[in-house]
Ligand binder design. Structure first.
Ligand SMILES: Cc1cc2nc3c(=O)[nH]c(=O)nc-3n(C[C@H](O)[C@H](O)[C@H](O)COP(=O)(O)OP(=O)(O)OC[C@H]3O[C@@H](n4cnc5c(N)ncnc54)[C@H](O)[C@@H]3O)c2cc1C
Length: 518
């Protein structure tokens, strides 16, 4: 039977966790929880709150590693009963701090015990825990020569699926959500809901795009597809320091490749299917061509890039799993990071040149010496064929499918100090010219890296993503947002799951909390 909570005490430190009189005291949680509970007094607490971008780490009062569904239910009830903020952590890659919470808050970290992967070879399905990372999925599914659409950096968790999910196989297979058969989620009242097209279809619709808003996702079930053992990829590096003009050659080659099926077109949806290119710009231009095919075909399709004479060429056949680890070093853990997305409706060579000039001013070695701390600006352009994605009706999922191809800017620096934050705020101004002209409401970037019109830059930089008022409405559009609000009020009427593009519940009802399971 539920109990009615009228006012909630606020807890802030470990001592208070121990001492606070409560209808659900910490001692009860400790005695019933089978996973691990870490408070600031534990020796491994510090690593438990450290995130991929170290500037996104926050001093939570409690980090819970649930081992079972009952543990998840216990810790959610504990947080709700005691009026504590709650967040879920998968891979911890949100540099806005969406999977972190400050003093007085609780983190439910799924990575330790909810990272399992099981493959049903006959049905071509993968059952994947809510805290798994793509590396584990690739490893298990490729034992059977099968794959689904995973992330381009394989230490990112499956949570990327909840925001759509694009990867090297998107051209052929669509988004990660387009390959989802089923999602299991834990709601606040201890309800375990298994969603699919046949069961709770509205929640299944909402999870595919707005997925962090409705509870703790404990399992994804993905459709798998036959995958060849090797793919064609690698790095082509063109140094910019001596010759900024290289940027024009590289973007001309990109344009030639992208529009080859429809020469003369300026639309951004005329590409092939199983070929994708990433162009990264910092001190060099680094092109990462991908083909789900053999080296011989890759050399043919990407001829323009080879003709532009890269200084370094590591391309060739490589194992599919290795492909998904290719960029891991560029996105290693342990640095401060600010990321900002933009969208690109066409390939614009003069603008790319301007961007190269601009970031050269920040990245040039003399500037780095002047500042005494390296603030590296990298701009990444992704060219992913979108026809397969766009063959799914816009209404089929919450994900806003009217997004153009994505680009993003990353600022990287080393020490998480107040002074460096101030410098980062200055450096981040480069994003204005980078994204200028691309702020039409339909030109959204993919939604995990908010762009200028989705929320305020200052808020992003300060990691105050929680509860941003208009970002979600803009992102999902009026109709979808209102539908999401109606679904939200059924699952999370108190808006506890509000750390990532929060949906305000349609209307509030008195809070019913289940009696703790002890
Ligand atoms: C280096 C890097 C590479 C990336 N590559 C890609 C890519 O190839 N394709 C792509 O589409 N996106 C990509 N992204 C964006 C990425 O999808 C998002 O940043 C995603 O949120 C990261 O997942 P995470 O579990 O690591 O995040 P976390 O920081 O752990 O969580 C982010 C948000 O999701 C919530 N959450 C996490 N797990 C759950 C769960 N099980 N149930 C409910 N809520 C949950 C958290 O509470 C938080 O609000 C990349 C990001 C980075 C930093």
């Amino acid at each position: 039977m539920g109990i009615l909570i009228e006012s909630k005490p606020q807890l802030s430190s470990h001592e208070e966790l121990q001492d606070q009189p409560s209808s659900f005291p910490f001692s009860i949680l400790q005695s019933s929880f089978t996973g691990d509970l870490l408070t600031p007094l534990h020796s491994s607490y510090s690593s438990s709150i450290t995130r991929w971008a170290i500037n996104a780490s926050r001093p939570a009062s409690l980090v819970a590693y649930p081992k079972s569904p009952k543990d998840i239910s216990l810790v959610m009830s504990f947080a709700q009963t005691n009026g504590m903020k709650l967040t879920v952590k998968g891979g911890g890659h949100s540099c806005m701090g969406a999977s972190s919470v400050g003093e007085g808050g609780v983190v439910v970290d799924l990575q330790k015990y909810f990272g399992g992967v099981r493959v049903d070879e006959g049905k071509k399905l993968a059952y994947v825990g809510g805290g798994a990372v793509w590396k584990d999925v690739d490893k298990e599914t490729m034992k059977y020569g099968l794959a689904t659409v995973g992330g381009t950096v394989n230490h990112v968790s499956l949570k990327y699926t909840l925001g759509g999910g694009v990867g090297w196989l998107t051209g052929e297979l669509g988004l990660s959500i387009d390959n989802l058969e089923q999602v299991t989620t834990f709601e606040l009242d201890s309800n375990v809901v298994t969603t699919s097209l046949a069961s709770h279809p509205d929640l299944f619709w909402a999870l595919r795009g707005a997925g962090s808003n409705f509870g703790v996702v404990t399992e994804f079930v993905f459709r798998l597809h036959p995958q060849r053992k090797t793919v064609f990829s690698g790095f082509l590096i063109y140094p910019l320091l001596l010759d900024l003009g290289k940027i024009d050659e590289v973007f001309a080659a990109t344009s030639e490749w992208w529009y080859r099926l429809k020469p003369g077109s300026t639309s951004n949806s005329e590409s092939g299917e199983n070929d994708t290119v990433n162009v990264d710009m910092d001190l060099d231009v680094i092109v990462i061509p991908f083909l789900n095919g053999p080296e011989s075909a890759g050399k043919e399709i990407y001829k323009g890039f080879f003709d532009s004479e890269p200084k370094v060429n590591t391309t060739g056949d490589l194992l599919y799993e290795e492909m998904n680890a290719l960029m891991n070093d560029d996105y290693a853990h342990g640095l401060c990071r600010y990321m900002r997305g933009f969208s690109q409706s066409k390939i614009d060579v003069p603008r790319a040149h301007k961007v190269a000039e601009l970031i050269d001013q920040f990245n040039h070695p003399t500037k780095i010496i002047e500042r005494g701390e390296s603030f590296k600006v990298t701009v990444v352009y992704e060219y992913i064929p979108l026809r397969k994605r766009d063959s799914i009706p816009v209404e089929a999922t919450a994900f806003p499918r009217d997004l153009a191809n994505n680009g993003f800017m990353v600022i990287t620096w080393e020490r998480d100090t107040k002074e460096n934050w101030e410098t980062a705020k200055v450096v981040k101004r480069v994003d204005k010219p980078i994204s200028s002209g691309e702020l039409h409401p339909n030109n959204k970037c993919y939604i995990d890296v908010p762009n200028t019109h989705v929320g305020d830059a200052q808020e992003n930089l300060d990691h105050r993503v929680r509860g941003r008022k208009h970002a979600s409405r803009l992102l999902f559009g009026e109709d979808k947002y209102e539908k999401l609000q109606r679904i939200k009020v059924q699952c999370d009427p108190d808006n506890m799951f509000n750390s990532w593009f929060a949906i305000q519940p349609a209307q509030k009802r008195p809070t019913q909390v289940s009696t703790p399971i002890v």
